[in-house]
Design a protein around this ligand. Structure first.
Ligand code: PXG
Length: 442
């Protein structure tokens, strides 16, 4: 049965889709028209198990009543309030709840509308902080190879994915990159943190020696690199990075857009690794993906440094029309309540072993060259077809969709990150579907 809200539009050409093979998609569209808990409904009425929490964001599952109600109620009560020089209570309330949830020391929150904007905000806070502090020579930003920090200019500059960078000119100047930590030779089929590679953090010392610490503002890393294919940091790597940044007065920014809000079985990656950054970048799971919103948490030291000079003057010239938007704030509050009521921020820890064993049972199937896992994240890396990189994994994606399972692929890596409400039997379903597909893949 079709209604005006679920019928597939008959002309697909106007919408230039993001990060999508547009011509391939439009020849054989894959349309979702509804979602509830762990499942999507397709335009042709099939159920598809969500193995990816949308795009790593629907951590509490789909159409959760508390969040749906909060959004509807807020839109009717106060739909919008100016974000500059005016306030409304829910943005303050959400900021407080986030500070309660964040690791000790991260005491202030700037709101944005996406992960990309959160990254830009964090980089700008870092640069301005040093300037306000009288260390304006600290202008360099250090990222990492294979990093994904969104698609805006700062983010692609510190990012390390060549396809996201090569079309866009010279990007930000004064950026350098540490090496990525992926090492299949030594770490293939690791369970949890790989054993080898903590010394790669020392590459930061090399970069400091090259440029001098007095020129470096911040280092930004994803605690677990998600988009590039789930690169899990070697044991102790992030602790070493923290020690080196501290020693040189360099700010450490964790981009927790994926690792935030329970993905690793802890509220944040910072909790999992026992490392507190100076700035934490979040988005996605903050509102369960329902309303776009990001939050950047910063240390008291950073915030307080800005709070000087005449009180009528704006302390930081940055912000968005929708920073702390009332409906987004209401969605964020209801999302955090849902996580709390259902223990979702630690569910990845409880389910971690089941998840790990299930994924690693795929070892030995054709083309599988690595399986890795942490919290409720997993990756299956496939040997690329010679001369046709990405084709094998993309064909696994299409087959999985036909068989009622949503996965993500990047390069020849299958990435999995289900909603944190997933059941053990649904984990079994993901693995048995994938097992069948891997056996018949070209
Ligand atoms: N930082 C990180 C670490 C991310 O993973 C962003 C920033 C940007 O967020 P926005 O909200 O601007 O998209 C991201 C986004 C995938 C996938 O399947 C990952 C992202 C987005 C879309 C798909 O790997 N990460």
């Amino acid at each position: 049965m079709s209604t005006s809200s679920n019928v597939a539009p008959n002309d697909l050409s106007a919408f230039w889709m993001p990060f999508t093979a547009n011509r391939q998609f439009k020849k054989a569209p894959r349309m979702f028209v509804a979602a509830k808990d762990m499942h999507y409904t397709t335009a042709d009425g099939r159920q598809v198990l969500d193995g990816t929490a949308g795009l790593w964001c629907v951590n509490a599952g789909h159409a959760r009543p508390k969040i749906v109600e909060a959004i509807a109620k807020q839109a009717a009560e106060l739909d919008y309030a100016p974000a500059f020089q005016m306030g409304h209570p829910k943005a303050f309330e959400l900021a407080n709840r986030l500070v309660d949830l964040a690791p000790d020391g991260l005491d202030h929150v700037l709101f944005t509308n996406s992960g990309s904007e959160s990254v830009e905000t964090a980089l700008k806070v870092a640069l301005a902080y040093h300037k306000v502090k009288g260390e304006g020579s600290r202008t360099r930003l250090i990222g990492r190879e294979r990093a994904y920090h969104g698609v805006n200019f700062g983010g692609i500059s510190v990012g390390g994915i060549v396809t996201n960078r090569k079309m866009f000119g010279t990007l930000l100047t004064g950026v350098d990159h540490m090496p990525h930590t992926h090492n299949l030779k030594q770490n293939a089929f690791s369970r949890g943190l790989p054993e080898h590679g903590a010394d790669l953090a020392d590459e930061l010392e090399r970069i400091v020696t090259l440029h001098d610490a007095s020129t470096i503002a911040a280092v930004i890393v994803e605690p677990v690199a998600g988009s590039t294919g789930v690169l899990i940091p070697p044991a102790d790597y992030l602790k070493r990075l923290r020690a080196i940044t501290k020693k040189h007065g360099i700010l450490l920014i964790f981009d927790e857009v994926i690792t935030g809000y329970g993905r690793l079985g802890t509220p944040f990656g910072a909790d999992y690794f026992g490392v507190v950054p100076d700035i934490m970048v979040t988005a996605k799971g903050l509102t369960n993906g329902v309303i776009p919103m990001g939050a950047v948490m910063v240390s008291a030291e950073i915030h307080d440094t800005f709070m000087q000079g005449p009180e009528h003057l704006i302390e930081f010239f940055h912000g968005y029309t929708y920073s702390g938007n009332p409906v987004a704030s209401a969605a964020g509050l209801a999302t955090l309540e849902t996580y709390k009521e259902e223990g979702l921020l630690t569910r990845g820890k409880e389910l971690g072993k089941v998840w790990e064993d299930a994924l690693h049972s795929l070892k030995g199937l054709p083309h599988v060259i690595d399986i890795r896992n942490i919290g409720l994240v997993g990756a299956i890396e496939l040997e690329p077809i010679a001369g046709q990189p990405t084709k094998r994994a993309f064909s696994a994606f299409l087959k999985a969709y036909e068989q009622g399972l949503l996965i993500r692929t990047t390069g020849d890596i299958i990435a999995l990150s289900p909603p944190l409400i997933i059941s053990e039997s649904q984990i079994g379903e993901i693995v048995s579907t994938l097992s069948g597909i891997l056996k018949i893949l070209d």
